[in-house]
Design a protein around this ligand. Structure first.
Ligand SMILES: [Fe+2]
Ligand SMILES: [Fe+2]
Length: 299
């Protein structure tokens, strides 16, 4: 019992520190991003090494112009998936805090996170618009699954799913913000996102630990699979298959090349190492969950 109290306080402590950090360093993308700057023709949408085709024979056959077009559509698709999941997570966070004590740092940080996500989604929407790319959407079935999930997911399933989505986006954006051959628009939006999301990830970790403290093995096993399935739908929805057609490629050939791309799989695995370690620590890396993570190259 005393352990529970200490740990609850520590979640509150985490939130208090995160609120202080947010007060010191948060961004308003409306003024932080140079929305009027023209797009330099030769610059990529994301680091070419992060393209789903980089390292394949198909990539070698593409013209530089096609590669630039592809990476811009890939980043627009990733941003669109970001908007989709941010809308899901805002609703889950609000539901989790409904009726809770507004006087706690936990409550106040949770609402700070919702405000961050609201600005992020507008920022991603404007970035796609600026690149002249119509928003991509997950498949209809995934969109409907998301609608159901956001209304039902609670506690560790909600927060661990949020964490997975944030970690997966983060691993690409950390490289994008430093990429010299990446559009300044993408570099700036990535930097803003990386800074603010690092707080969200710390919060999500604290919440997951908290919610799982008294969970028995059956609940842990169910939650582990639920989170892994969410990860599956997020990762497989990141890059819409239409990006290949937009770059003048044969979609079927490109999808096949992307699926067999060992280079991209290795990039995903190395970036997800921290996330996987955390899931293991909190007992969410059960055997069935691991087999899902392996399929999407997070393990
Ligand atoms: Fe975000
Ligand atoms: Fe976030």
């Amino acid at each position: 019992m005393s352990d529970t109290v200490t740990e609850t306080r520590s979640t509150e402590d985490v939130s208090r520190r995160l609120l202080e950090s947010a007060a010191k360093l948060s961004y308003d993308p409306a003024v932080e991003v140079d929305w009027d700057a023209p797009l330099a023709p030769g610059l990529h949408g994301l680091n070419p090494e992060w393209s789903t085709l980089y390292g394949t024979a198909l990539w070698d056959r593409m013209s530089e112009e096609q590669r630039v077009t592809l990476t811009r559509h890939e980043v627009a698709s990733i941003m669109s998936t970001g908007i989709w999941f941010e809308m899901i997570l805002q609703q889950m966070v609000l539901r989790e805090q409904y009726g809770k004590n507004p006087g706690t740092s936990e409550f106040q940080f949770a609402l700070t996170e919702v405000a961050d996500e609201c600005r992020h989604s507008i920022m991603f929407a404007r970035a796609c618009q600026k690149m002249g790319i119509a928003a991509y959407s997950p498949k209809r079935s995934v969109l409907e699954l998301g609608r159901l999930f956001k209304s039902l997911a609670v506690a560790e399933v909600a927060y661990a799913s949020i964490l997975v989505a944030e970690e997966v986006l983060d691993l690409m954006q950390r490289d994008a913000m430093r990429g010299e051959n990446v559009l300044p628009l993408v570099r700036t939006t990535s930097r803003i996102h990386v800074v603010e999301e690092s707080r969200h990830m710390r919060f999500a970790r604290a919440e997951v630990r908290d919610r799982l403290r008294d969970a028995g093995p059956a609940r842990r096993a169910t939650s582990a699979v639920s989170v892994a399935l969410v990860a599956y739908f997020i990762v497989t929805s990141m890059v819409n298959e239409d990006v290949y057609t937009a770059a003048g490629l044969d979609a079927r050939e490109a999808v096949k090349a992307a699926r067999g791309n060992e280079h991209h799989a290795a990039m995903m695995r190395s970036g997800a190492a921290n996330l996987v370690k955390f899931l293991g620590e909190v007992g969410l890396l059960t055997r069935p969950a691991m087999s899902v993570y392996r399929r999407i190259n997070l393990i």
